[in-house]
Write a protein that binds this ligand. Structure first.
Ligand code: GRF
Length: 227
C-alpha cells in the first residue's frame, strides 16, 4: 500500500473479547516497534474488555443484536471504520462473521489472526481439535480476510510443539504470546508498505508468496524453508 510521506500508517482494530492481541499492538506502538497510529477500536460487543484498553474517544461499539440484520450492522460498522480512514484493519479476536459487502469494501487491507495452522481448523475450538487429531504441532496464522470464514490467503504463521499432557487451555496459553509476536511482525510488514494482496495471493515486497512466512524465535519472518 502506497503511503504518503510523513504520515504515520493508520490502523483500525476490531475486537470482541479480552483484547490481549490489541494490547500487544498497543505495546508495540508505544515501544516504537510498530510505526502506526491507532485510529479506532471497533466492537460488536459494548461490554468487550478490550475496549477499556484504549481511550474513550477511540472506541466504537454497538450491540449487533440491536440491528435488523447482518448487513445493517456491517454497514454501520463499515461507515465508522471508513470515517477513520485506516490504511489497515486488523481483526484481533473479532468473533462476528463479516458479510461479503463489508469484506469487499475493505478488501486488501483487512487482516485476521486465527489460532491454528490454516488451512487446518477454520472456525472455533481450534486447540481442542488439534489435540483430538493428535497433531505434533499447533500454531497461529495471520491472513487476509475474504468472505469465506478463515479462508483468505495466509501471510504468516507461528508454530509451537504440542506437549504430552497438553489440554486445550495449556495449548492456548502457550500459543497466545507467540500469536502476539506474529501479529506484530505481520503488522510491521503491513505498515511499512511491504504487504499487499492481488487476486487472492499475498505479495511481500512485490513478490508473490507461495507459502506462508514463518516466524522464528527471534521474531523475524522467513520463507517456509528457512524457518
Ligand atoms: C485469539 O486467540 C485469536 O486468535 C482468536 O481469538 C483470540 C482473541 O484473544 N481469534 P484476545 O481477545 O486478543 O485476547
Amino acid at each position: 500500500m502506497a503511503l504518503l510521506p510523513g504520515r504515520r500508517p493508520r490502523l483500525a482494530v476490531l475486537v470482541s473479547g479480552r483484547g490481549s492481541n490489541l494490547q500487544a499492538v498497543l505495546d508495540a506502538i508505544a515501544g516504537g516497534q510498530l510505526d502506526a497510529e491507532l485510529v479506532g477500536v471497533f466492537s460488536d460487543r459494548p461490554d468487550a474488555a478490550a475496549l477499556a484498553r484504549v481511550a474513550p474517544e477511540l472506541r466504537w461499539s454497538r450491540k449487533a443484536r440491536a440491528y435488523p440484520d447482518r448487513a445493517a450492522f456491517d454497514a454501520d460498522l463499515g461507515d465508522a471504520i471508513a470515517a477513520c480512514n485506516p490504511d489497515w484493519i486488523f481483526c484481533a479476536g473479532y468473533m462476528r462473521i463479516l458479510g461479503d459487502a463489508f469484506v469487499r469494501r475493505f478488501e486488501g487491507r483487512l487482516l485476521n489472526v486465527h489460532p491454528s495452522l490454516l488451512p487446518m481448523y477454520k472456525g472455533l475450538h481450534t486447540h481442542a481439535r488439534a489435540l483430538e487429531a493428535g497433531d505434533a504441532e499447533h500454531g497461529a496464522s495471520v491472513h487476509f480476510v475474504v468472505p469465506e470464514l478463515d479462508a483468505g490467503a495466509v501471510i504468516a504463521q507461528v508454530r509451537i510443539p504440542v506437549l504430552a499432557g497438553d489440554t486445550p487451555e495449556t495449548l492456548a496459553a502457550r500459543l497466545l504470546p507467540q500469536e502476539h509476536r506474529l501479529v506484530n511482525a505481520v503488522l510491521a510488514l503491513a505498515v511499512a508498505g511491504r504487504l499487499a494482496e492481488h487476486a487472492g495471493q499475498v505479495q511481500v515486497d512485490g513478490q508473490c508468496l507461495f507459502s506462508p512466512l514463518q516466524l522464528d524465535s527471534a521474531g523475524k519472518l522467513h520463507p517456509a524453508s528457512r524457518a
